[in-house]
Structure formats: C-alpha cells, structure tokens
Design a protein around this ligand. Structure first.
Ligand code: SF4
Length: 483
C-alpha cells in the first residue's frame, strides 16, 4: 500500500472443506489477500451446531494465532480483511458480522460499498432494528435477518437464505461481493454490475472456495473454476456448488482500478492475468508518451509490470531504482512529525548505484492525491538522477469513488482542479504524462468496466448529496463503505 492515495478494496474468502478445519484455509486465504486490507481481519466458522468468530484490528498474522484458530471449529468458514477510512478504524467495524437469526447463525463479509446504505439504514432503524456500527456491511446482515422473506417457516425444499439474498439484491444499490455463512453453507454473492471481483475454486481434497482474487485460490491449493457472475448467488455446501439467479445482470462495471493497482499481479480477472495487462498499460503509455532517457524504473511493487512494459516498448533498459521496505506494513506506531514529513522515506530507498547521472523514467500506476510522487522524485534526485520523467500508467484521477474504495474527496484529488503543468511543477518532475482513457481501455482489451474515477461516468446514479459531504460525515452517517 502506498503511504497516501487510494486504499485497497477489502478481501473476502469463503471455504467449505469437508473433513478439514476450514478456518486454517480461510486464514491462509486471507494472508494471500492481505494487500486488499490491512486494518482488521476476521474469520467466522460453523460446525453445524454453533458458529464461532474471531476478529480484531491488525494484519492477519497479528490477529490470529494457534489458540484462537483452534477455537474456530467447523468445516465451513468465511473471512475478511478490511480497509476503510482511518477515522472509522474501530474493532466494532471489523468483519465478519455474526448474528443469530430465525434460521440459525448468519455471518457476512463484504467487499464494496452500498450507495443507498443511508436509506437502508434508516429503514432498519425505523423497523426497530438496532445497529452497533457505522458499517454498511452491518446493514446487509441485519437486512438479511429482518427481511420479510424470513417471516414464517421455510417451505419444504426451499432455501430461505436465497430468497432473502434476492430481496436484498432488489434493494441494495452499489458494489457488493459478499460471502455469507449460515449453519451449513457458504453463499457467494456478486452485485448485478460485478463491481468487485469474486472467483470460485475447487479444493484438491474436496470442497470449494470463493475468494476476492484467484491468487488466494492458489495459496489454499484450490483449482480455479470460474468467476461468480454479476447478479449470481452461489451456494456452497457439502453437496457442492448450486447457482441461483439473484438479480438479472445490469450494465457490467468491474472496477478498472483492479487492473491498474488493486489486484495482485498474479491474479486473473475476466480471464486475463493482471501482470500481463499491466505490462500492456506500460506499452500503451510508451506509445503515447515516450521519453528520452537512460533507464526506466517503476514504483515498487505495483508499477513494476507497467515499467517493464514501458521499457520494453521503447527498447530502454529496465532497472531497479527504488527498494521498498516490504515489512513496514501497517503499524499502530505513529511516526513523529519529522518522520511523517518524510513518510515516503520510511517505505522507499533509492538505489543510488543505478541512478547516478542517469536520465530516469519513473513509472507509477496512478497518482491520486500526489503526496507520494513529489517525495519520490526528490528521493531520486538526491540519489544523483540527472533527470526524472514521471509517466503514469493510468489517466488522471479526477472523481471520487463511491463503490468501495477509500479514495479521496474532490478537494483531495490532485488532478481534480489542477492541470498537467501545475502537477508537474508540484511534484518537481522534468516531464509528466498520463496514459489516456482510450489507452487504458485498449490495454485492458475488453469493454464493460467502471471508469468513473477517471471519466466521471458513474455506472449507476449517485445520490447528489454524496458528492457534497466530506468523508467524516459519510462515516458518521454510515454510508462510507467497506473497501
Ligand atoms: S470509481 Fe474508480 S475505483 Fe471506484 S469502482 Fe469505479 S473504477 Fe473502481
């Protein structure tokens, strides 16, 4: 994660593993999804009689240990890594949410953000349902529990949860890739536009996994099967996978930023390996904005494939110029004021031997607030770079995201009201260029994505007041999402 800018979406995993401890698989799956959220982690399980839950603030490795994992009994589990806004950092917002319902325990882990969460929240409060957090994910779990579909006993052979999930999908607007845990099944659910990824895999020893990214399937020894389709509900239980139409699909809108930055490079999205798409982003950028330079370097780790693609397309040497401290992660120890001013130095060190006297192209995946690019340029100059040309492998981010990303408000986005030359001056680069939206779409090579933070073209109506309020108010009203 960059020190500033756009933060990752959350990561979710659901596991059904007959004869095995599902919590251990969920744990390692969450490990593989750590990049999607470092604020809190949690796992809920069921052994068919009772449900169990462990969640806390911190990284997966900080939250779980042998003792608490062994308390998570059962062959089915769901897990969650969370990133939300810093002001909203509190264990009460950690996931999964686990409650008792008429039909047994229900736990929910959510990746996304409901754009009508405030309305659903008010509706629940009016119906006398108490809420204990500001999270739209709690709204989802309570909405499922309190759904009118749940009144009375379920018909013979009918799955009451599928009816309730459908009822939720009729009402919920926005982005949601969900995994739900009930007494004896896991449900994987994707909103009708498919904003956030969700994939299915088969465990070699039997059983199935649903996860935010295919990289997590590899980690737990599962074979990739397919994506959960937009609008689909998949029930996973001891009998296998059962697919239901949850809601007819709407205009497809997978977040294009998953390709740009969020997803792991070794994950597959829409049948494409993210790393290869990122190389193509770099090649497109080279065609649109070549630079006269000696070496090309990337901002590690997220912009390395783009830098390789850029260098290759221009026949320039790709080199390492910045070393990232891979162990800094998320810390609760705040740096003092002097260190905070140099926050980028805590994370990146220049490789002076590769930089001295060189005209350097620095490729980054994106610039959101612009707090990182300037210090990185300074770092390279201090290490002896003769020139620093910044190339950004995505278009300027000009609009906020309401579909599950803790991005920034209009005021915080450097490109919202500043032109190219003003940004170049601010970050102190010798030249600056961004990839065009057309170039981004060409590199991704498939239509049907959300591009709203670049284009302002939101795939669904956004309540106008959401553009007005600042983030603190969004948090307060419980409408800012779960990443
Ligand atoms: S606005 Fe940007 S970050 Fe948000 S879902 Fe759309 S493409 Fe992704």
């Amino acid at each position: 994660m960059k020190p500033t800018g756009m933060h990752e979406a959350c990561g979710v995993i659901g596991v059904v593993a007959p004869g095995r401890e599902a919590a251990r698989l969920a744990f390692f799956g969450l490990y593989a999804l750590q990049h999607r959220g470092q604020e809190s982690a949690g796992i809920a399980t069921s052994d068919g009689r009772a449900a169990y839950l462990v969640k806390d603030m911190g990284l997966v490795a900080q939250v779980f240990n042998e003792e608490n994992l062994s308390r998570l009994r059962g062959e089915i589990a769901i897990g969650h890594n969370r990133y939300s806004t810093t002001g909203d950092s509190h264990v009460r917002n950690a996931q999964p949410y686990l409650i008792e319902t008429l039909h047994g325990p229900l736990a929910v882990a959510h990746n996304g953000n409901l754009t009508n969460a405030a309305a659903l929240r008010r509706e629940l409060l009016r119906r006398g349902v108490g809420l204990s957090s500001t999270s739209d994910s709690e709204v989802i779990v309570q909405f499922l529990a309190a759904s009118a579909e749940s009144w009375g006993e379920a018909e013979e052979g009918r799955d009451p949860w599928v009816d309730r999930i459908r009822a939720l999908m009729r009402r919920a607007e926005g982005a949601y890739s969900l995994v739900l845990l009930t007494r004896s099944a896991v449900y994987a659910v994707r909103d009708p536009r498919g904003f956030r990824p969700l994939v299915l895999g088969a465990l070699e020893e039997g059983g199935f996994v649903a996860a935010s990214e295919s990289a997590a399937l590899v980690t737990v020894g599962a074979r990739y099967l397919r994506e959960v389709e937009p609008g689909e509900i998949v029930r996973i239980d001891a009998q296998g996978l059962t697919s239901f139409v949850g809601h007819p699909p709407k205009n497809p809108a997978l977040c294009i930023f998953e390709y740009v930055y969020f997803a792991r490079p070794d994950s597959r999205l829409e049948g494409r390996t993210v790393h290869l798409v990122r190389q193509r982003l770099g090649a497109e950028l080279a065609r649109e904005a070549p630079a006269d330079a000696d070496i090309v370097i990337g901002v590690p780790d997220s912009a390395i494939p783009q830098a390789i693609g850029y260098a290759h397309a221009l026949g320039l040497p790709y080199s390492e110029g910045l070393i990232k401290n891979r162990y800094i992660g998320r810390t609760f120890i705040q740096p003092d004021d002097a260190l905070r001013k140099n926050a980028v130095r805590l994370k990146y060190s220049p490789l002076a031997a590769n930089l001295e006297g060189k005209r350097v192209v620095l490729v980054d995946d994106s610039i959101v607030r612009g707090n990182t690019a300037g210090p990185l340029v300074r770092l390279l100059r201090d290490a002896g770079a003769a020139e620093v040309h910044v190339r950004v492998a995505s278009p300027p981010v000009r609009h906020p995201c309401f579909m599950g990303l803790d991005m920034a408000t209009y005021d915080e986005l450097i490109a919202h009201n500043q032109g190219l030359e003003a940004i170049r001056t601010r970050i102190g680069a010798d030249s600056l260029a961004y990839l065009s939206l057309e170039g981004l779409l060409r590199a991704v090579g498939k239509s049907g994505h959300c591009t709203a933070c670049f284009s302002g073209d939101y795939p669904l109506p956004i309540p106008p007041w959401l553009f007005e309020v600042d983030r603190e108010k969004r948090i307060f009203e419980g409408v800012w999402g779960e990443g």
